[in-house]
Write a protein that binds this ligand. Structure first.
Ligand SMILES: [Zn+2]
Length: 407
């Protein structure tokens, strides 16, 4: 064996297990494994979880908050500020910042990332090519899926439709889109499906990112997904407009999302910052209704979206912090809720982005994280140290912090 993890906690209330890893795979999970291993890690009851999955992030526009601030804090100014900065982005600049973001994310236990990488006729493929290069450079540390993302819209930025096809030819893994920032939204969605079907790729849209629900296209997207037989291959980020709907209007939409098997990525760090900026009292939470979606059976995920830019001026790349943020925001701290949050950054996003052989089972990929906590239910609220990150059966990260209290 390559690695033997002794006495890990896989589930609360069960006995501790030994986990054996060989050739990049989990080869044994038993009460006691006596076989020799090149490396033995004594876990002493600490929690072992599958590698975290960061299912929605923009590496290409990370770490630019200090260049031009978004003073109003609105989505409109965030888009404007970023558009003003874009012409200053060189390949080297994007490379350095995206790399820095990866170096923040990976030590915190993320072993798979889906990143939206944008392009438009004015900037060309500068950022997109850079992210493809990083995907290759980092493949031993993290699996990166690249979404072809038309941030400025497709019809609003003529020439983008052609670039969408080019991006797929260049190696994009997923077809992205942004119906809320384009018109007509339905035609935007139709075109995304046309491209996705041509290349047989999944779809991931920035969907209905708004405080109000007057102009949503999620219902159309659900119907289109079912009509095209694309159930289980479509994901959406934000979906904040749903929080503005009363129960009688929201319930049928959630049922449609369930039927279309669309995964939803809640992005609380961004949505709380930008949303409800005009509310002067009883300020809304402006995050998609995570609990209601979860309870109806929607595949719910939590993701980071941005690190330190005009959309989200904070963040350190730690997905556990984003999950922690979602707990009070979505009332997920109760006894029946807390254990449902960890899957939102592990199993659920793995399913949403179509990862194969994911999870702690014999035969699956050895992508795991040993947390410095003894109780699985506390895996998020402790924000524990990620003691070991194992990717493809190799230790890729070790964190050991020593704290001394002098009395
Ligand atoms: Zn996004």
């Amino acid at each position: 064996m390559d690695i033997l993890l002794k006495q890990v906690r896989l589930n609360d209330g069960e006995e501790l297990k030994d986990v054996g890893i060989k050739g990049g795979k989990i080869v044994a999970i038993e009460k006691e494994i006596s076989e020799q291993a090149k490396q033995v890690i004594e876990a002493q009851g600490r929690v072992l979880v599958p590698g975290f999955v960061e299912s929605h992030i923009h590496l290409d526009k990370a770490l630019i908050a200090n260049r031009k601030p978004n003073k109003s804090g609105t989505l409109q100014e965030a888009i404007k500020v970023t558009a003003d900065l874009k012409p200053t982005f060189s390949k080297e600049d994007i490379y350095e910042r995206a790399k820095q973001a990866l170096e923040m994310i990976i030590p915190r236990g993320v072993t798979a990332i889906r990143t939206h990488s944008e392009f438009d006729p004015a900037q060309g493929f500068t950022g997109f090519e850079t992210i493809l290069k990083l995907k290759e450079e980092y493949k031993h540390l993290v699996d990166i899926q690249v979404v072809a993302f038309p941030q400025e819209g497709i019809f609003k930025a003529p020439g983008t439709d052609k670039m969408m096809y080019e991006a797929m030819e260049m190696g994009a893994d997923v077809v992205g889109g942004i119906p809320y920032n384009d018109a007509p939204a339905n035609e935007h969605i139709d075109l995304i499906f046309e491209i996705a079907k041509k290349y047989n790729k999944p779809i991931d849209l920035h969907q209905d990112f708004s405080d109000e629900a007057d102009n949503i296209s999620i219902e159309y997207l659900c119907r289109k997904t079912i009509e095209e037989g694309y159930q289980g291959r479509v994901a959406v980020g934000h979906l904040t407009a749903l929080h503005a709907l009363p129960k009688e209007k929201l319930d049928p939409i959630i049922q449609l999302i369930v039927e279309a098997q669309i995964s939803v990525m809640a992005l609380p760090a961004t949505d709380l910052h930008l949303g409800a900026r005009n509310d002067t009292y009883n300020v809304r939470r402006a995050v998609t209704p995570i609990r209601k979606l979860r309870d109806a059976g929607v595949n719910m995920c939590i993701a980071t979206n941005n690190i330190r830019n005009a959309f989200t001026p904070y963040g350190n790349g730690d997905i556990l912090q984003t999950a922690m943020l979602a707990i009070p925001v979505a009332h997920l701290g109760g006894a029946d809720d807390l254990h449902t949050v960890l899957p939102m950054i592990t199993d659920n996003p793995a399913k949403a982005i179509g990862l194969k052989n994911y999870g702690i089972k014999v035969g699956n990929n050895a992508d795991v994280v040993l947390l410095d906590t003894l109780i699985k239910e506390n895996a998020i609220i402790d924000i524990p140290e990620r003691l070991y990150v194992i990717k493809n059966g190799k230790v890729t990260v070790e964190n050991h912090k020593e704290t001394v209290v002098y009395r």
